[in-house]
Write a protein that binds this ligand. Sequence first.
Ligand code: ADP
Ligand code: GN1
Ligand code: MG
Length: 369
Amino acid sequence: MAVTVSHDFSSTSLSAIVGSFNTQGTFVSATPYGTGHINDTFAVTVEQSGVGIRYILQRINHDIFKDPVANMENIRRVTEHLARRMAGQPDLARRVLTLIPTRVGDVFHRDPHGNVWRMYLLIENAVSLETATSPAQAFETGLAFGHFQHLLTDLPAPRLHVTIPDFHHIPKRFATLIRAIESDPANRAIAAQPEIQFAFARQPIADVLLKANLPERITHNDTKFSNVLLDKATGEGLCVIDLDTVMPGLALYDFGDMVRTTTSPAAEDERDLTRVRLEMPMFEALLRGYLSTAGEFLTAAEKKYLAFSGKLITFVMGIRFLTDYLSGDIYYKVHRPGHNLDRCRTQFRLIESIEHQEEAMSRLVESLG
Ligand code: ADP
Ligand code: GN1
Ligand code: MG
């Protein structure tokens, strides 16, 4: 099995990396943190006058983000803008990510191996969860990402860097899947026949949003449930995190990924597919939360595709997991054999569930939009 593991950074090298950032204290520890599929994330503790202060240290995955400096320029501009737009709000440092500069004043540190590192304040008393379990959580997620999009509608020029070209270009994602099926480098296509058939049967939906003439906006592009921190005490959607993919996009890509990740009680890699389904009360809460903050700037054309966007983004994630399975697990971190195929199967099962309820979802959108 080709298991992808984080680089084995020794504590000594992590302490040297932490030392290059302008933290106020003595290094105590750095521990792998979170469940992200892409970057290497550590919770760092430094001690200052006997008190532990925690930070998030991340190595940007530069196999995926080819120009990490561009990521950091986007993130600096976006976080500064969000902080300006929310100035005066209580608890601001828990509502927007705070970058810690290096000792020479940069927003990232490049180590001798060429890795690019950044550091944020670790937002305490907040949780990042994989699976939403209540309509209130779905509502908070919709509200938080809608607010995020709203605050970025007036980000001053220039246009943000495109950190991954064609990230949500679904016909191109489909073409990549076809190439993986044809080359079949890990000899796995035979094991994924039902999923391949499933994908082909839905290929016609791939270009629907591209043809719909929708406005370009600044979007997050990775709005999965775990990328919003919820306040531990109140459950409030506190802070949108994971900003590497913030770039020009369609608002519907964001809403679609929220549908994918908040409306089903099952985890993204659940093996018991009977647990995977879109639950209407979760969808309704998500929609209400999103419209409460995004409703005022969305156009009628965007609103028309809100229900469809959930199916579409679930489709693209399914084909990306399938492609990675066929390619031998080279993109996402995997933790067991067949992990990417399991993830693909949950996506495709969720699509079936959405298909059964799509009309009711559309009616709900019309009644609330
Ligand atoms: P990835 O791109 O690999 O998903 P994320 O930026 O989402 O990386 O970070 C991984 C995890 O680290 C998150 O799911 C969350 O649990 C945690 N995390 C990231 N940034 C912060 C922060 N500033 N405060 C608290 N937790 C954070
Ligand atoms: C990745 O970084 P993370 O784990 O939040 C991926 C997303 C997928 C998601 C699926 C840059 O997100 O596109 O939707 O996994 N990010 C990138 O869980 O590819
Ligand atoms: Mg993440």
